[in-house]
Design a binder for this molecule. Sequence first.
Ligand code: NAP
Length: 244
Amino acid sequence: MIIGLIGFGKVSKNLINLIKSDDITFVTSMDGRSNKTIGSIEKLEIDVLDTFKDVAIVSDILISANSPKNAIDAAKNYGKFTKGIYLDLNNISPETTLEINNYVENLVDGAIIGKIDSDNPVLYLSGAKSDELLFLDKFIQTKKISDSVGDVAILKLLRSSYTKTLSALLIESAQIANEYDLEKEFFDILSLTEGDDFREKSTSRINNTLNNSKRKAEELEEIINCFDKNELIMVKAALEKLNQ
Ligand SMILES: NC(=O)c1ccc[n+]([C@@H]2O[C@H](COP(=O)([O-])OP(=O)(O)OC[C@H]3O[C@@H](n4cnc5c(N)ncnc54)[C@H](OP(=O)(O)O)[C@@H]3O)[C@@H](O)[C@H]2O)c1
């Protein structure tokens, strides 16, 4: 079996590390890629073809893991040449996922949840062809959500909406606790119900949100646009907080 990769960043490198089988060959192309990506490809000694079109043609599974902005172009330019399954792993909206479905034959909507460079991320799939990818469970925990392309994209967005909104609330509460010189106690009492690692997880979540507040705010805006039929009072408040 041949798995083609459009994009050779953190996601693709970790998939190669996890999916190790004599029956699977990975292929990609260096066409138009940066020195960083070319260096990564050379290090892993995988098969390299002249163009991404060639990669698409030979692939039984073609994985698009490049960037949310490039996801539609990758599908338009290369996805149409594959007769295999087109697995999109980019962080894209349900709307973009449905647009991609117009350009490729066998789309599976995918998401990797959990730290990508950990040993145990989970791969979620939706789309009629998902069943054909369930063998990946041998290498990476793989779960099918439904036959509908777009369901995983909705879940991804809801997860992102929940974690980012919660982070904004955590930032606000921890700031107040700090003003009263009660930050340690604040985390201690919450740990009683939220689990021993609450402080550690919260601190990491707060730092991550503060260090990337512009990107996180943009992602919240995307969520608000995507679910524009819903009220989203909490998400809008979180956006206001992040914009401060
Ligand atoms: N990292 C995560 O934890 C994670 C988890 C789940 C999903 N995702 C999603 O998965 C995708 C990839 O993430 P990543 O972390 O692997 O990104 P990354 O480390 O930034 O790597 C992106 C790769 O895509 C390549 N690329 C960009 N434009 C391309 C194009 N037009 N044609 C072919 N290759 C192209 C880049 O090559 P150049 O260097 O030449 O630009 C680079 O090799 C993103 O959409 C991200 O949202 C990421």
